[in-house]
Structure formats: C-alpha cells, structure tokens
Design a protein around this ligand. Structure first.
Ligand SMILES: Cc1ncc(COP(=O)(O)O)c(C=O)c1O
Length: 337
C-alpha cells in the first residue's frame, strides 16, 4: 500500500522547493527500493530495452593487438559491452527508463530533458512513450543540425516537433504533426533552442528554466552524472546495471574478472555505470578516456576532468573548462560542439 500513497502524491511535492533536493531525494530512494518498482523496472529492462546486453568478444580487434605485440605474441582479449544493442541504441535508456518510472510514481505528467548528441533525448522519448508521459526535449539548433537522425527518432517516438525561434519567450512556435505516430493522450516535443550557440549548454539551461516554471506537473530527467545532488548518485545507481552484468558475464565467459575496464567519458554516465561495481576490486584497473581533440594545449578538446578546474555550474560544484573569470568555455567535439 505504501507505494500507492506515493503515486497519488502530486509531482509538486516540491513546489515548496524541497522537491529539487532533500525532499525528493528521500522519495526517490524510497521508490527505488520498493519491491514493486524494482520488479517493474527489471521486467521493462528485459522486455522493453532487451537486457542483458552481450559481452562480445571483438575477435578482429583482439587479433590486431595480438599481432602488434610480436615480442610476446600475446595481447589482451578485448570484449565490448554492447549497450548499443538496447532499445534506442545506447546506455542512456537504463537511466531514462528508471527515472521516468520514478516521475510517474511522483505523479508527474510531463518530463523535460536536455540533450546534446541526442541519445538521451531519444531514450527519454522512448521511456515516456512506454509510460504515457508527455516529453519535451530541449536541443540546441547546432546540435539538431548535426544529429538529425536522432531528432527524427525522437519525432517518430512521439508525435510532434515544436520549433521555437527563440528559446525564451517561445515567440514563434510551429507545431507539425507527423502522421500515424500521433498519440492522442500524450505528445513528445523537440524544442529547438537557438540562444547563444545552440548547443547542450543552452539546451540544459532552458530545460531547467522550463522545469522550475512547471514544478507542479513536470519532472526534469537528468541524463548523466553531473549537476546537483542527488542527480549524479541516482544516474550512477541506474546505470550500474552495466557493471553488474559485466561481472556476471566475465565469470561465465572466462571464470574471472576483467583486468582492465575502459570507458569513454563524455559526462561520465556509462563510465560510472561500468566502473561502480568494480571500485572495490583492487585487481581491476579502471580507465576513463576523455577526448583530447586537437591537443590538451590547443584549447580545443573536451578533457574536463584531465585539465578542468573546480567551479560552479547550474548551482553545483563540478569540474569545468572555464576562463580566469569562471566563464564556461565550450568543449570541442567532432560529434557535437
Ligand atoms: C552512445 C553514447 N555514449 C557515451 C556518451 C557520453 O555520455 P556519458 O559519458 O554520460 O556516458 C553519449 C552521450 O550522449 C552517448 O550518446
């Protein structure tokens, strides 16, 4: 019965502001540990997302490095944890689905989200489609241009695309319905953010603004392990399924543990999802890889942890690329800039 009480509680549990931090945190963990929630999530991860994801022996890559190490004739056996095989095509779904379920138990009817490369937007649109939640995705104009296939996926998963000429004020809005996918009870919107350079930084600021203006109905679904507490802890927890599966699969495949785990670090969610399970294993090396771009001295890279400094972003402490005045510097990326 306890969970029913929560479900009927309004999304505003925090209209008083508490929802954004402490009040919400308690409720999130309460929901997270409910048997009914875990059972529902486990089933959805299996049947909607397609878990577990294979730990795939990359034979040709393994062979390549074996041949390179001619002196000893051996090299690592390289396995890929195939998060790309899940519904919506990336690990982002693990977190999006878990948080969308929490949003629904909070009684929220709407989710807002910011996306850069677009994968978090696609994952959240797919999670909201499953749960009948309205979803508004904020994405910068530059990113929309670069990641048009992901924008198309978001549209297909929802019903509408909404263009706003200006991020704030939304002066000119054009709504296009795109055919047979239109659902009557809910809509997905991709809201184009054209302020400043039209990238993730602008999109996330707009999404947060929109959220705080609509606390009574809306849940802000963070896509990675940055931002104010409890967001990073929550995302790490929801992504830790990656590492847990990896441990079991390694045991099954070669009866041991991986010697080294390597993960790309954009903002850290897949890396922490993989690493967290192994943090206490001293015999497992954890390697996070950031993009050095045109070189760490070039100013054109996205190595925030390697060469960034501690600063404040969206009200929370973080490692940032910033100038002497604490103004945020744009990361360089061949994917999204
Ligand atoms: C497929 C994929 N991998 C990795 C990342 C990097 O993000 P994170 O470091 O949070 O995993 C992204 C970001 O959008 C992504 O789409």
């Amino acid at each position: 019965m306890a969970h029913l009480a929560l479900e009927s509680a309004s999304c505003t549990s925090g209209a008083d502001g508490a929802s954004c931090t402490s009040g919400a945190e308690k409720r999130i963990w309460y929901i997270w540990h409910l048997k009914v929630h875990l059972a529902e999530l486990t089933t959805a991860l299996r049947d909607y997302v397609g878990r577990e994801m294979p730990l795939y022996l990359a034979e040709r890559l393994t062979e390549h490095y074996r041949n390179k190490s001619r002196t000893t004739g051996d090299g690592p056996e390289i396995y890929l944890k195939r998060e790309d095989l899940g519904h919506s095509g990336s690990h982002k779904m693990n977190n999006a689905l878990a948080q969308a379920m929490i949003a629904r138990r909070f009684g929220c009817s709407r989710v807002v989200v910011a996306t850069g490369a677009g994968q978090h937007g696609v994952a959240t649109a797919a999670a909201c489609a499953k749960l009948s939640l309205e979803c508004t995705v904020f994405m910068g104009t530059t990113d929309i241009e670069k990641q048009s296939s992901n924008v198309l996926s978001m549209k297909l998963l929802g019903a509408q695309r909404e263009d706003a000429a200006k991020a704030r004020g939304m002066a000119t809005e054009v709504t296009l319905s795109i055919g047979p996918f239109k659902l009557s009870e809910r809509t997905n919107k991709v809201r184009q953010v054209s302020s400043l350079e039209g990238t993730f930084q602008d999109a996330s600021s707009e999404a947060i603004r929109n959220w705080v203006e609509n606390l009574e109905t809306t849940y802000y679904l963070s896509g990675t392990v940055v931002g104010p507490h409890p967001s990073p802890v929550m995302v790490r927890e929801f992504q830790s399924v990656i590492g847990k599966e990896t441990r079991k699969q390694a045991k099954r495949l070669w009866g041991g543990k991986p010697d080294v785990l390597v993960a790309c670090v954009g903002s850290g969610s897949n890396a922490l999802g993989l690493f967290h399970e192994f943090v206490g294993d001293e015999d497992v090396r954890l390697v996070g890889v950031e993009a050095a771009g045109l070189g760490l001295d070039s100013g054109k890279h996205s190595a925030t942890l390697a060469v960034g400094d501690v600063g404040v972003y969206h009200g929370s402490m973080s490692y940032l690329l910033q100038d002497d005045q604490g103004q945020i510097l744009r990361p360089h990326s061949i994917g999204v800039e």
